[in-house]
Design a protein around this ligand. Structure first.
Ligand SMILES: Cc1cc2nc3c(=O)[nH]c(=O)nc-3n(C[C@H](O)[C@H](O)[C@H](O)COP(=O)(O)OP(=O)(O)OC[C@H]3O[C@@H](n4cnc5c(N)ncnc54)[C@H](O)[C@@H]3O)c2cc1C
Length: 397
């Protein structure tokens, strides 16, 4: 298993529980902790519950007191608080820092699986009896199976399935995220500034001294050179937001100095098959839905549970992978389809879409009180679009 973020540790947990001998390989020199907040929703809550860490995960829930939406002049368009939507998501949603969930999952498997940090797969040869794997470190090993949970830009996927461009669909936006000093006076809240096709967002997840900034804007896809050049990425964000009001100029200035600047294109991964022989992909590497859906973590957790269960209940890996894929694809497809809804909330692409978003947000508390918000919610169903099999019972545990 490669990648020690969400998909990797979750799969490793379930495979170890079913008696597999697991090696987890991560490119980074150590576990990547901290980071932006991610969501666990619907069916994925059941996965966390079955792992046994739901109370610990809930204890890390990030409270959002309020979300404020601003127009191009920096004036408030609407303000909502999570209670406005509480009956919709209720106890089927937890939001916590990605690195916290990674640490919690890793703590469960630390002594159960072999782990190797600072290494990557550089060659793979699939044989009838196993996969011969070469590592950057020079190590060579044979494994029964290889699963990549390496995220959107997986290099192991490229070795087996071909270049990323064959599977990656550009969604029309680029984004940057960075941690900034909280000089904006925010406390456990979100503020989103919008112009058509543009969003500058500040997210304070605590009373702490820092917060996260996100910039997203519509533009042509980046060139390969831009992907290699962080200063060019910072400059492209700075020039896209050069004429904006509110506190965007201060955000851009702080972004230029931020140490943990991360830039990417918004993309979805669509693969015709999630496995080839004894090699498979999981999580964002297989079906990255983009952060606009807020469902990448949930899909990685559900995918890991389903893949491990299939491997534990089928002797032949290729049959297990096919069974897992057949059972999980409808859930993945339903959640990937949420992307338009997400971009329409975070960065509506036109003035009409922005007007519609603002009108909906102003009406949401009333619609919720009337009990009809859930009926209008396009995300309804997708979060819960898979009933988890009880693999423990099937395996008589
Ligand atoms: C800015 C941003 C905001 C987001 N917001 C949300 C949100 O609100 N809600 C939500 O649910 N999701 C969100 N996501 C998405 C979420 O982070 C991912 O969908 C989720 O983490 C998927 O996990 P993963 O394990 O498949 O991949 P990733 O989290 O991408 O992890 C991949 C891991 O593989 C490692 N790796 C990479 N290449 C190799 C290699 N060759 N060999 C070994 N290891 C390798 C990486 O270092 C990393 O640890 C957001 C993502 C971003 C970038």
């Amino acid at each position: 298993m490669t990648g020690a973020s969400i998909a990797g540790p979750a799969l490793a947990y379930w495979l170890a529980r079913y008696g597999f001998d697991v090696t987890l390989v991560e490119r980074a020199p150590s576990l990547r902790t901290g980071g932006y907040a991610i969501d666990i929703r619907g069916t994925a809550i059941d996965v966390i519950d079955r792992i046994g860490i739901l109370p610990a995960v809930r204890a890390e829930h990030v409270v959002t007191r309020q979300a404020t939406f601003l127009n191009a002049q920096g004036r408030q368009v609407a303000r909502v608080n999570p209670e406005d939507f509480a009956p919709r998501v209720g106890d089927r949603h937890v939001e916590l820092a990605r690195g916290t969930l990674t640490s919690q999952l890793f703590a469960l498997i630390r002594s159960q699986v072999k782990h190797r940090f600072g290494d990557v797969i550089t060659s793979l040869s699939d044989t009838p009896n196993g996969v011969d794997v070469g590592f950057k470190s020079g190590a060579r090993e044979r494994f029964d199976l290889v699963v990549s949970g390496e995220g959107l830009h997986s290099t192991t996927r490229a070795l087996v399935f071909g270049p990323e461009a064959s599977f990656s669909r550009y969604l029309g936006y680029c984004f940057a995220i960075c941690e900034l000093p909280n000089k904006f006076g925010l406390r456990s809240e979100v503020v989103i500034y919008n112009k058509p096709g543009k969003a500058a967002l500040l997210r304070s997840t605590s009373d702490g001294p820092t917060l996260f900034a996100l910039f997203a804007h519509r533009r042509p896809p980046p060139s390969p050179e831009e992907f290699e050049d962080p200063q060019r990425q910072r400059n492209s964000i700075a020039s896209a937001f050069a004429d904006d009001g509110w506190q965007v100029a201060e955000m851009v200035a702080a972004m230029q100095d931020a140490e943990d600047f991360y830039f990417d294109a918004t993309t979805q991964i669509h693969m015709p098959a999630w496995s080839a022989g004894r090699v498979a992909v999981l999580g964002d590497a297989a079906f990255g839905p983009s952060f606009f859906t807020g469902q990448g973590t949930s899909m990685a957790l559900v995918g890991a549970y389903m893949m491990a269960g299939a491997l534990a209940t089928h002797a032949e890996p290729t049959v297990a992978f096919a069974s897992y894929e057949a059972a999980t694809r409808p859930y993945v497809a339903a959640n990937q389809r949420l992307v338009k809804n997400g971009s329409n909330v975070i960065a509506p692409g036109s003035s009409v879409a922005l007007w519609a978003r603002n009108s909906m947000i102003r009406l949401a508390p009333l619609l919720n009180r009337l009990g009809v918000l859930g009926l209008l919610d396009p995300t309804r169903g997708a979060f819960e679009a898979l009933a988890l099999p009880d693999f423990d019972r099937i395996l008589c545990r």
